[in-house]
Design a protein around this ligand. Sequence first.
Ligand code: FDP
Length: 337
Amino acid sequence: MTASLASYLDDFASSPVLRDVGQTVLHLSAAAVTVHRAIASGRVPERRSVGDTSSNASGETQKPLDVFADDTFLAAASMSPVRLYGSEEQEEPIELGDEGHLALAIDPLDGSSNIETNIAVGTIFSLLPLDVGATDPRSAFEQPGDRQVAAGFFIYGAQLLLVLTVGSGTMTFIWRGDSVGFVLMREAHAIPPETREYSINSSNRRHWTPGTRRYIEDAEAGEEGPRTWNFGMRYAGSLVADTFRILQRGGVFLYPGDRRKGYASGRLRQIYETNPIAFCIEQAGGSATDGHRRMLELSPADLHGRSPFVFGSKKEVEVVAAYLTAEERDAASASAA
Ligand code: FDP
């Protein structure tokens, strides 16, 4: 029989923290079904009075669906053993009482600029343990990503999927309707170490630093170039969709820092985007870095802080790092000359 999400979570609930993780993931899954229904029907219930011009903590436009998703996941977190809710859509973390062992960081609707286009969007989440000795529970969000106890993302696409890691592999569950719920669809993703497919928003080429530009130009040169084989390019512009493709068949994704104002560290937010995706990718045998260093070892600057992000097939992530290191070496010798 196919394993249900509830039985999968039950099997590893060997400590109070892990039991809290299980309960929280089930509440988040119920919230994801609600958000999926709103997207599928094209009708977003108004919960707060927001127009199209509200903006979030990063100054980006909030759409009614962003707000609806945030409200829905906040309600789910309030029913869960979660004490702290840190969301892309909220300026500051919200304290939800004094019980439970977990802090939840969440991007309630990632890829929201794609909503009207019927491209898959999603919800990305990260569960961190509270630091029991800390006077301020918000210090939970200062921990590096390797302290995450679980992470994952929902994909609202042709299928409603949950990609989840609790630190022993990365699994995908599929929603089979109210009477069945989420069931295991893919046990233990395994990202191939090599790839011939890259993913980047190449409209930013003129803003890239030399290392990124050289890496992409060499890939584009195909079998006539130094890489000696032809590459393909895929970029959905929706992080959950690009990540799922890489989990399924490999590839490398880059959102580097570039020279645009405000983009020195790229676009993606560390606590609720790059850290949870990095955890899922590593648990599937891939690598995730900021271009040089392992993503999960980096201490976040603040709840909405950004990080450059390179992840996917292990050997290709190393190739990208070699180009970026050569860029640094060239810059250092140019400034020494
Ligand atoms: P969006 O702004 O539509 O929510 O971090 C958000 C994100 O989408 C990611 O899902 C996506 O990978 C990235 O931004 C796309 O950014 P660009 O449009 O700059 O390529």
